[in-house]
Write a protein that binds this ligand. Structure first.
Ligand code: SF4
Length: 435
């Protein structure tokens, strides 16, 4: 995961400065990095992670591990065959006399020693006679020295044609190690987003919330988050009795803006302008019928069995004893019927209604989605039957997650909007199949 994250950083760093931000140019850039001695594929290992770090000996310097596998201990791999330096330092310029013998071999022996001494409890050296080349490999002289072995000298042999063919056979599928189920006594914490991701596709949930596969920031997320923060700042000011002008809201929007994930500078400028327009319209409309909130970004948490459901309401408004919970959306909904349909089918609103019932003992009178760009709204009056159905849905999802059931549920719609469709082996939207 860290290597993927590191790779994304390199992609992004390149995109920020590249004249031609395209794959062929990026691949050439990667080659240059490698030639210059960088190893873009290897992120820094964190010895505190409960994981198996795979790293070069150079990267292992200064670290220690309980168990170390030092693989490929054969001649010409460790030590590597010496390559002539194309620009050798003239002997007269050397600061001091070099020790006798082959300096390359000295350096490789030193590295082998470094690798072996990374192990605190167990060290396993591995070697094979056959690495797919015509000649059989000899065990590394360093392993022979370290273990005080008699020097083996296998007879050179030609790789058999059948063996060579067998090597290109696909590997038999390895039985995946089952993820142990979560004990019934342990608490599972879920947000609305996690429940929704699981219902969309359990594998998607696993990628995002269990494996935490890093994703490039998407411009929609940057835009949505900045608009939300500006709306929040507006209502916070109102709750605290402070003034909040259109310009204050725009300033909050600009302060929350992150210049990431946009397709081009023009695209970013376009989205900035769209956000400002939407917010100005929202503030003007809001001034005509001001909402007086009792809570902004109010947190909630309740239990369904041993599962804790937590989240935040965007806005809670109480007027003449009537409670309304609102959620603000950015997204191009400009048909009132569609806005109503979204609200009717919204699991998020259902979870809010259930949360309010479980934390205060009463259902809210109204739950609503407000679409900031079009100014449209869609809402519904929650019912006890609906709350019971939502609780049952939470119970079902949490039982499956506890069982570690992450079987893919591909569908044309779900996979089309899934950020993992290019790497997911189960996707119903295979880009190659579509072309
Ligand atoms: S691409 Fe489709 S099947 Fe794969 S994780 Fe995403 S939604 Fe699930």
């Amino acid at each position: 995961m860290k290597n993927i994250a590191r790779f994304f950083e390199i992609v992004k760093g390149y995109g920020d400065v590249a004249e031609h931000d395209r794959v062929p140019a990026f691949v050439a850039h990667l080659d240059l990095l490698r030639e210059a001695g960088d190893d873009p594929a290897v992120a820094e290992a964190d010895p505190d992670d409960d994981a198996v770090p795979v790293l070069t000996v150079h990267k292992a310097k200064g670290l220690e591990f309980p168990v170390v596998f030092l693989v490929g201990c054969v001649e010409q791999k460790f030590p590597l065959r010496a390559r002539r330096d194309p620009l050798e330092l003239p002997a007269d310029l050397l600061p001091e006399a070099m020790p006798g013998g082959d300096p390359h071999l000295h350096e490789e022996r030193r590295l082998f020693y470094v690798a072996m001494t990374r192990a605190k409890e167990e060290l396993i050296l591995t070697s094979a006679a056959d690495y797919g080349t015509a000649r059989a490999r000899k065990v590394s002289r360093f392993a022979v020295e370290a273990l005080d072995l008699p020097s083996p000298a296998p007879a050179p042999r030609k790789s058999q044609a059948l063996e060579a063919l067998a090597r290109h056979q696909p590997m038999p599928p390895e039985a995946p190690r089952p993820d142990p189920p979560l004990a019934a006594s342990e608490t599972l914490t879920l947000s609305f987003r996690q429940i929704d991701d699981y219902r969309t596709c359990p594998l998607k949930y696993k990628y995002i919330h269990r494996l935490k596969v890093p994703l490039l920031v998407h411009h929609r997320v940057v835009y949505g988050s900045a608009v939300h923060k500006a709306v929040q700042a507006h209502f916070r000011a109102r709750v605290e009795g402070l003034p909040s002008s259109e310009d204050d809201v725009i300033a909050a929007f600009r302060a929350a803006w992150v210049s990431e994930g946009f397709l081009s500078r023009e695209h970013e400028e376009q989205r900035l302008r769209a956000g400002e327009e939407a917010l100005r319209r929202f503030i003007q409309e809001e001034a005509r019928a001001p909402l007086i909130p009792t809570g902004v970004e109010q947190e909630f948490a309740f239990f369904v069995g041993r599962t804790k459901v937590q989240g935040r309401y965007d806005l809670v408004v109480e007027r003449e004893g009537r409670i309304t919970i609102l959620d603000f959306k950015t997204g191009s909904i400009d048909d009132p019927e569609e806005a109503r349909k979204r609200a009717k089918e919204s699991l998020q609103l259902d979870v809010y209604a259930l949360a309010h019932l479980r934390t205060t003992g009463r259902l809210p009178d109204w739950v609503e989605l407000r679409f900031l760009e079009s100014g449209l709204a869609g809402g519904k009056r929650p019912t006890a039957e609906e709350a019971a159905r939502t609780e049952e849905a939470v119970r079902e999802v949490s039982a499956l997650i506890r069982e570690r059931d992450f079987e893919a549920r591909p569908s044309y719609m779900a996979c089309g909007q899934c950020a993992f469709r290019d790497i997911c082996p189960h996707t119903a939207r295979n880009p190659e199949a579509e072309t």
